[in-house]
Design a protein around this ligand. Structure first.
Ligand code: B12
Length: 446
């Protein structure tokens, strides 16, 4: 049996002016290119869960064209996030019209199962673990069910866990390879549309399994930069330190997403510096405490915001850059937020900055609240779920003010002169902070 696993792999911005700014802003574009070449870890995992006697063909599609030839598969599995789901549905409809059964899965399908079911012979909710092997068996026996529920817990435990098929990436051009060490995040932010939505609690992979996956990926690609496809890697400090000790031995370079509390743990920071970690992405979300009110149910981020600047310095002094992420258009934000973000970045020593617009991804708590309040700009705006397009009525500004402010902020932050200024500032922080530290510890700046 020949199974085609197809990943929707484009990056998207609908707002034409922002898209054209993106073309002319060097830092934004280079980051975009790096990110756009990531593989679909979801489908590499689905492939790994497939019985060994099936033939797997892994495909990535950036643009769906209505006249692209269809391949002769016996079964097709498609994965997409929200922004490209319309294209995924169109492709699924074409395969089905040609008589090829289609299975849809992934984050969006898990959030909008009834919508997705109209375009598929079967859908898989949540993780493929605990569902896909059964589905393939049922398909072969001619009794495919319209819906399967995968696991939301115990995903990394035997017999459900399967190491992703990195061998399927051989010979393909990637700047980075992704590895997942955890699913979920205890912070539970209202807007989050990441793996938290397909788990019932924080799930962590054993260190030995992560190491085996990285080694398997290294066997296929000799000098990759690894990106951990996690939402919050160091939730469990004991696990984190064991992981850092293990990964240091591999001599690789890598990047991950975490929260600001790593700055409170000197031992963790020292291990991080020695582990080959080049950058951590941290959701700072808003430059001021008031802006963070209600972001997460415990106001965890708000409580820490007063120490953001110090925490960024502590992390960066180890030679690890912080990619500081801000969301504009939160309900606490007025048009003053754009200058506030620019000024915070100026004071912070942040080298890399990511600014996105608040986005009510389907079936998130934010989506349900804005819907109740009648503030969503339409029923199905999925192709605008890009993190750069405005899809709701902001509370303290107009849609135009939010769009214009975002454009202005992009211009201020993503230009060659400003990037060079940040680079110089970062080098100074790293140098200045290294002196007192290096006299008492072995920390080195890379
Ligand atoms: C890698 C990545 C990408 C890659 C994706 C490569 C690819 N072809 O898949 C690229 C660079 C292309 C990308 C693009 C975009 N991304 Co992105 N990306 C990620 C990232 C960093 C990791 C995702 C990952 O690998 N997860 C690990 C795998 C194992 O999980 P999974 O995909 O959910 O798969 C499991 C299940 O869902 C299920 N499953 C998934 N697919 C299928 C299919 C079948 C048939 C079955 C049975 C099961 C199944 O089984 C898997 C194993 O359990 C996340 C952030 C993060 N830290 O997670 C953001 C993230 C997924 N991206 C996001 C966004 C917004 C985008 C863009 C819109 C950005 C833009 N402006 O262009 C585009 C959208 C493209 C699209 N297709 O719609 C959001 C998505 C939110 C949402 N619900 O849609 C996230 C969560 C980041 C965020 N800030 O919130 N992204």
């Amino acid at each position: 049996m020949r199974i085609g696993l197809i990943a929707m792999s484009g990056v998207r911005v609908r707002n034409a002016e922002l898209a054209s700014l993106g073309v002319t802003l060097p830092q934004f574009v280079s980051r975009g290119r790096v990110v756009a070449s990531l593989p679909s870890l979801g489908l590499l995992t689905v492939a790994a869960l497939t019985p060994g006697d099936c033939e797997i063909e892994y495909r990535e599609i950036g643009e769906v064209r209505s006249d692209d030839p269809l391949e002769p598969f016996d079964l097709v599995g498609i994965s997409s996030f929200t922004a490209q789901i319309g294209e995924a549905y169109a492709l699924a409809d074409r395969y089905r019209a040609a008589g090829v059964p289609v299975v849809l899965g992934g984050l969006h399908v898990s959030m909008m199962p009834d919508e997705a079911a109209a375009h598929a012979d079967s859908i898989v909710l949540y993780g493929a673990e605990g569902a896909w092997p059964q589905l393939v068996g049922d398909f072969r026996a001619g009794r495919l069910r319209p819906r399967y529920e995968g696991l939301r817990t115990r995903v990394f435990e035997p017999p459900y866990y399967a190491a992703p098929r990195f061998d399927l990436l051989a010979g393909r051009p990637y700047n980075r390879v992704t590895v997942q060490t955890s699913r979920g995040c205890p912070l539970n932010c209202e807007f989050c549309a990441a793996s938290l939505r397909i788990t019932s609690s924080f799930q962590q992979k054993p260190v030995a399994a992560v190491m085996a996956e990285i080694r398997a990926a290294l066997a296929v690609r000799s000098t990759p930069f690894f990106e951990l496809a996690d939402d919050n890697t160091f939730v469990n400090r004991k696990w984190g330190k064991a992981f850092l000790r293990a990964i240091s031995a591999l001599g690789i370079r890598w990047f991950t997403e975490t929260d600001i509390s790593i700055a409170d743990d000197d031992e963790l920071l020292d291990l991080l510096a020695d582990s080959g970690c080049r950058q951590v992405l941290i959701g700072l979300e808003s430059p001021d405490a008031d802006g963070l009110e209600g972001i997460d149910p415990r106001n965890w981020k708000k409580e820490r915001s007063g120490r953001y600047l110090e925490a960024i310095d502590r992390i960066q002094s180890r030679g690890i850059t912080v990619n500081g992420c801000f969301i504009v258009g939160l309900d606490t934000h007025t048009p003053a937020v754009f200058e506030m973000v620019r000024d915070f970045v100026g004071r912070s020593g942040l080298l890399e900055v990511q600014v996105t617009v608040q986005t009510p991804f389907p079936n998130t708590p934010l989506y349900h609240r804005l819907r109740r309040e009648g503030r969503l700009l339409g029923e199905r705006y999925w192709d605008r779920c890009t993190l750069f397009d405005v899809t709701y009525q902001p509370k303290h500004m107009s849609v135009e003010e939010l769009e214009g402010g975002l454009r202005w902020l992009f211009g201020e932050l993503y230009n060659e002169r400003e990037f060079l200024r940040r680079k110089r500032q970062y080098m100074e922080i790293a140098k200045a902070m290294m002196e007192p530290i290096s006299s008492t510890s072995t920390t080195k700046v890379r």
